[in-house]
Design a protein around this ligand. Structure first.
Ligand code: FPP
Length: 249
């Protein structure tokens, strides 16, 4: 694939996160069950992952299943889990061929055993890959993650291994599921919704948001490229004023 020449490969967002939304509506528009939308969503996942790797994005994180998604009808939850297991099993070879490491964040113990096992195997097999880290957020919510982080700090403090002054931004970042990953620079949400939906709240502190009307199964290479072009056209001030930012560049 030829990368869109408008993309400056020297100024890529180091971490792109995606809220994949609209599978249900996509299926409904076609008079089909919601699960048909999820099945077609897998194609968009594949294309997004391959395109991100080709462009040279080092970290891509996809919101595949939220803590709140457990409240969906039983049949849909079960179909999503089956789809996950199948997709991970089927795509591990593609991940190996493309030198992509698979990672997962979230309350992974709450996933069905088969899903957890498939995930662990794929993560183990791809652990030496270096081109891009693909993280799936599964049974994930940012509030859940923040609670885990606070618990781990309190535990160490009670054991005398930490004191109040040790708690700073770096320590907190180390105790989140995304430890060792850069903060999100570009957050994409499909389907015309303008919400964060409990996703990576700490990590998106300075992210640029890109919203598209496209429903997730229709999202493809050109849409990811457009999001990156949009990102590169923004002035990121990080609290400074425009003149200060331009002096640095
Ligand atoms: C949002 O659409 C999508 C999901 C909750 C699931 C995402 C799952 C996939 C794309 C398939 C499998 C993924 C991987 C990583 C293998 P929605 O159901 O909320 O759509 P709606 O808002 O139109 O109802």
């Amino acid at each position: 694939m030829a990368i869109d020449p408008r993309i400056d490969t020297l100024r890529l967002p180091q971490h792109v996160a995606v809220i994949m939304d609209g599978n249900g509506r996509w299926a409904k528009q076609r008079g089909k069950l919601r699960t048909f939308g999820h099945t077609n969503g897998v194609k968009a996942v594949r294309e997004t992952v391959e395109t991100a790797a080709e462009i040279g994005i080092p970290f891509l994180t996809l919101y595949a299943f939220s803590t709140e998604n457990w409240n969906r009808p039983k049949m849909e939850v079960s179909a999503l889990m089956t789809l996950l297991v199948r997709t991970i099993h089927k795509e591990t070879k593609t991940l190996m061929d493309n030198n992509i490491r698979l990672n997962a964040i979230g309350d992974l113990d709450s996933l069905p055993k088969s899903c957890h096992r498939e995930l662990n195997e794929a993560m183990e097999r791809t652990s030496g890959n270096t081109r891009m880290t693909l993280t799936l957020a599964l049974s994930y919510s940012a509030k859940w993650e923040l609670v885990q982080m606070v618990r781990s700090i309190v535990k160490d403090a009670r054991a005398g291994a930490l004191n109040e002054r040790d708690v700073n931004e770096a320590l907190i970042a180390q105790r989140l599921c995304t430890a060792g990953m850069p903060d999100v620079e570009l957050l994409i949400r499909t389907s015309g919704e303008h919400r964060v939906s409990n996703f990576l709240l700490w990590q998106i502190a300075y992210a640029e948001f890109h919203f598209t009307e496209k429903l997730w199964p229709d999202f493809g290479a050109a849409d990811l490229e457009q999001a990156i072009i949009d990102f590169q056209g923004r002035e990121r001030r990080f609290g400074k004023i425009s003149e200060q930012v331009r002096e640095v560049v």
